[in-house]
Design a protein around this ligand. Structure first.
Ligand code: COA
Length: 325
């Protein structure tokens, strides 16, 4: 039997209407627009409305991706949502989305790998398609990270924002997704975390809520090293040189992490997709949002080779090498 591969046939993205600028943050914590831009590259981020949830953002991004792919709800055989900020403890946000979009079949589930979540989800969906189990998958990264941010902590609140990105993955005779790799190192779980949770009875809570805590400097160093090595290993394993790569689509956490990693990889910044200035770190949504933007503005074109990669709490990280066909 001929081998089956997967390829991306549609992308979508959604950002909530409300924009929070660095100048707005100046009146909330002891910070300045200049500090935030110099240390992170972020100018603004989008924040979900009070009654807007992760599933609402996911729905908009998914509809756009389905429209771009020209498919109907009944064509989708698998839904995976990468999120750290699910609407409810259960059911999964993917099950809620399945109902909202009138998708008549499953499976549907959430994946929790924080900022690397979309890479994890794409890796899983690709394997479902390659095995012949399903022909078409909806893969979403969606977050309302603003809900787990302590808005009095200047170390973290300037970094994150809300949003969603989505792709439709379809069975194909040629790759599409050339290769994917995901990994984790739980020894570093405490460097970036929300310390409270359901099973630990919310031991670390402020005002009844659990928030992101981060040792920024350590995370920064680790992210540059892990992402640099990840990209080099992925290219080497697939006998590709950096010159043969058309676009690098990295997780948008900090422009300094992105440029340090690009320098390590010897890829010029002109071939790196950057959205960090416009919407900060949207966690699992950051890679699909950046991919969607570059597809829609015409930079990413058929025939090109693209490397997606991300790093997140856990630590988790990974990459997906794509021939955009
Ligand atoms: N405004 C002004 N000053 C701030 C600030 C803010 N928003 N946040 C921190 N500072 C201060 C610190 O308190 C510190 O002051 P001190 O020297 O008096 O103690 C000073 O700025 C320098 O802090 P430092 O942590 O050394 O800065 P940095 O260059 O490492 O930048 C981060 C801080 C958070 C931007 C950077 O470490 C980072 O991006 N880390 C990775 C975070 C990340 O990407 N997380 C998600 C990964 S998926």
């Amino acid at each position: 039997m001929a081998q089956i591969f997967s390829r991306i046939v549609g992308t979508g993205g959604y950002l909530p209407e409300k924009v929070l600028t660095n100048h707005d943050l100046e009146s909330m914590v002891d910070t300045t627009h200049e500090w935030i831009v110099a240390r992170t590259g972020i100018h603004q981020r989008h924040i979900a409305a009070e009654n807007e949830t992760t599933c609402d953002l996911a729905q908009q991004a998914a509809l756009q991706a389905m429209d771009a792919a020209g498919i109907r709800p009944e064509d989708i055989e698998l839904i995976i949502i990468a999120t750290t900020t699910a609407d409810q403890v259960f059911p999964s946000t993917a099950c809620k989305l399945q109902h909202r979009l009138n998708i008549p079949q499953g499976p549907a589930f959430d994946v929790q790998a924080v900022c690397a979540g979309f890479i994890y989800a794409l890796d899983i969906a690709d394997k479902y398609i390659r095995s012949g189990t399903v022909k078409r998958a909806l893969v979403v990264g969606a977050e309302t990270f603003s809900r787990i941010i302590d808005w009095t902590d200047r170390n973290t609140c300037v970094l994150f924002g809300d949003g969603a990105g989505a792709v439709i993955l379809e069975a194909a005779a040629k790759p599409g997704i050339i290769a994917s790799h995901i990994t984790a190192d739980g020894r570093y779980r405490n460097l970036l975390e929300v310390p409270g949770g359901v099973s630990s009875a919310y031991q670390d809570v402020q005002n009844g809520r659990a928030y992101v805590r981060m040792q920024g400097h350590e995370v920064f160093k680790w992210a540059v090293k892990a992402l640099g090595n990840e990209a080099q290993d992925m290219l080497a394993a697939n006998h590709l040189s950096v010159d043969e790569l058309d676009w690098l689509v990295p997780h948008q956490a900090n422009i300094r992490i992105i440029s340090a990693m690009a320098k390590r990889l010897h890829i010029p910044m002109e071939r790196v997709i950057k959205t960090i200035h416009r919407h900060g770190n949207t966690s699992a949504a950051s890679v699909p949002l950046a991919l969607n933007m570059a597809v829609r503005d015409g930079r990413i074109q058929a025939g090109q080779k693209i490397l997606l990669e991300a790093f997140g709490g856990g630590f988790t990280w990974g990459s997906v090498l794509i021939h955009y066909i």
